[in-house]
Design a protein around this ligand. Structure first.
Ligand code: ADP
Length: 391
């Protein structure tokens, strides 16, 4: 505190009274300093007149530094700029935001860091002038433990969701594998029947071709599910050195019929010198197929000019595959939720696609990110690390 100097003791009655008052002021100072919470007195112009020891500790200013400074030095924006007006308005209209109310606000330390406080302000009139007394509790520790607890709850909730996702995927894998195997064998059997037909026509040949594609697709889906089950069980699938451009071409061939029917043009932009990478090819293709499907669905409302551009580039330690569409893009408020399991905006959607895709990319040591394109539409980027084993 800025201690007031005491006068030498005198005998006169008025000096005696003054001395008693001074003693009580000294005692008042001591009381001020003994308070556990910061206690700050400001005058009607908002200038600091008292600043106890707890205030020095909490805000980092000594009382001498704080004395007669505008109290807004203790406030971050926007309060910092608004406080003078606020005080004037209060004095004119009595309209109070904090005085007599008290609430949690943010404060600014001398070193610039912002921290949460609980502030209550009382008003007294001394010789007709208003004086305001602020009592401040630093609640950083309480807030931190609250947010730590929230984080733990969130983490537990998300682990529970991933657990549910795992169980669901295992159940689905089992249920889906059987019909897929049946589809594959029916398709092969039909193909053999067509092969042996006497009257060979163009139609029969086309049918044979289509049946072969059905069989390949069904087997591939079965393989994806087998790997997915493996991924859930062991955390990772089978990795081999692969050329991502070939993987993309391969998946485009498989999705050919779908793509043609949806009226989407697909362009593959290749960059030279892309190293091979260690990946589980089936999983990478699963991610690609998911992104292509999502892009096609996103453009379903567009009449013409539906286009997906797939580009491959090497960027720092990653090979990146970008799948860009010209659809509506991602609304700002959905970016945070996109990769969460069960987030979907589609009526028949499961909302598992992107969550699984991101998990797959993470188990590859990479990631999956999303951006809106400047010219419209969304771009999803698969990041695959280039390792020592890459070539
Ligand atoms: P689902 O396709 O079952 O909805 P996903 O996890 O694959 O599940 O996708 C989640 C949501 O992300 C979709 O419902 C959609 O709203 C949004 N989304 C995904 N891809 C795109 C895209 N290319 N353009 C716009 N929105 C997309």
């Amino acid at each position: 505190m800025l201690k007031k100097k005491m006068k030498p003791v005198s005998n006169s009655a008025s000096e005696n009274l003054e001395q008693r008052l001074r003693y009580s002021e000294a005692e008042f100072d001591a009381l001020f300093d003994a308070a556990v919470d910061a206690v700050i007195e400001i005058n009607d112009r908002g200038h600091i007149q008292r600043f106890n020891q707890a205030a020095e500790r909490i805000f980092g200013y000594s009382e001498a530094e704080a004395f007669d400074q505008n109290v807004h030095i203790l406030m971050p924006e926007p309060y910092h700029s608004e406080h003078d007006d606020y005080l004037k308005r209060y004095q004119k209209t009595g309209e109070a935001k904090i005085i007599g109310i008290g609430r949690e606000v943010r404060a600014r330390h001398k070193d610039g860091h912002i921290f949460p406080i609980e502030l209550s302000v009382g008003e007294v009139k001394i010789s007709g002038n208003p004086v305001y007394l602020g009592i401040i509790k630093d609640i950083s520790a309480r807030k931190k433990s609250e947010s730590d607890a929230q984080e733990t709850r969130d983490r537990l909730a998300s682990m529970a969701r991933v657990g549910v996702l795992g169980e669901m995927a295992t159940g689905l894998a089992h249920e889906i594998n059987q019909p897929l195997t049946a589809i594959a064998s029916y398709a092969r059997a039909s193909r053999r029947l067509v092969e042996n037909m006497d009257a060979r026509s163009d139609d029969a040949e086309n049918l044979e071709d289509t049946l072969e594609k059905i069989a390949v697709q069904a087997e591939r889906a079965g393989e994806i599910i087998r790997r997915l089950r493996g991924l859930i069980k062991q955390g990772e699938g089978e990795h081999e050195l692969a050329d991502v451009v070939l993987l993309i071409k391969d998946i485009l061939k498989l999705a050919e019929v779908d793509i043609r029917e949806s009226g989407v043009e697909i362009e593959l932009e290749e960059t030279a010198g892309i190293p091979k990478v260690m990946v589980d090819p089936i999983q990478i293709q699963q991610v690609l197929l998911n992104l292509i499907r999502n892009a096609m669905e996103a453009m379903s409302e567009i009449d013409r000019g539906k286009k997906i551009t797939i580009s491959v580039r090497k960027r720092r330690v990653f090979v990146e595959i970008v799948v860009a569409d010209v659809g509506p893009g991602i609304p700002d408020n959905e970016f945070g939720k996109l990769f969460e399991p069960f987030f979907t905006t589609k009526q028949a959607g499961l909302g598992m696609g992107l969550a699984l895709c991101r998990t797959i990319m993470k188990t590859h040591g990479g990631g999956l990110t999303c951006l809106n394109n400047r010219m419209g539409g969304a771009s999803f980027t698969m990041h695959i690390p280039v390792t020592d084993k890459s070539s």
